[in-house]
Design a protein around this ligand. Structure first.
Ligand code: ZN
Length: 128
């Protein structure tokens, strides 16, 4: 074990995660139709997921147009493979909601497809 290794501490408890966000990115000019189809499929299959508004221009830390899907941890095991199989080439960001916005987006995030450069410095500036 490496001395002073921050990863040597006790593992974080995933049971503390109550909710997740999936952010579905699209290009308003070329892939909004695919994003719409995925959105309809999520709505039909996961009524407990909350679909956020369409953001055709970048908002917050997100560098591209997107909409958010907020869902309880209990749906993860079904929603994650659903996104894997149905994202249709779209980039999706999946992150937990632990209460630490910076860590959730910068360190705990999982990407489907391309990894986009999030503007996480906005969280660092706020939380410091
Ligand atoms: Zn989010």
């Amino acid at each position: 074990m490496v001395k002073n290794d921050p990863h040597a501490q006790a593992p974080a408890d995933a049971a503390a995660i109550a909710h997740y966000h999936a952010h579905v990115y699209y290009d308003p000019a070329t892939s909004r139709d695919r994003a719409e189809r995925l959105r309809e499929r999520i709505a039909a299959r996961f009524p407990d997921a909350r679909l956020g508004r369409w953001h055709d221009v970048p908002v917050g830390p997100h560098p591209q147009a997107m909409y958010q899907v907020a869902f309880p941890a209990a749906l993860l095991a079904d929603l994650l493979p659903f996104l894997m199989l149905n994202r249709d080439g779209l980039t999706v960001l999946l992150h937990p909601e632990t209460g630490d916005d910076y860590a959730d987006h910068a360190r705990h995030a999982v990407w489907f497809g391309e990894v986009l450069p999030l503007r996480v410095e906005m969280f660092a500036a706020r939380g410091a």
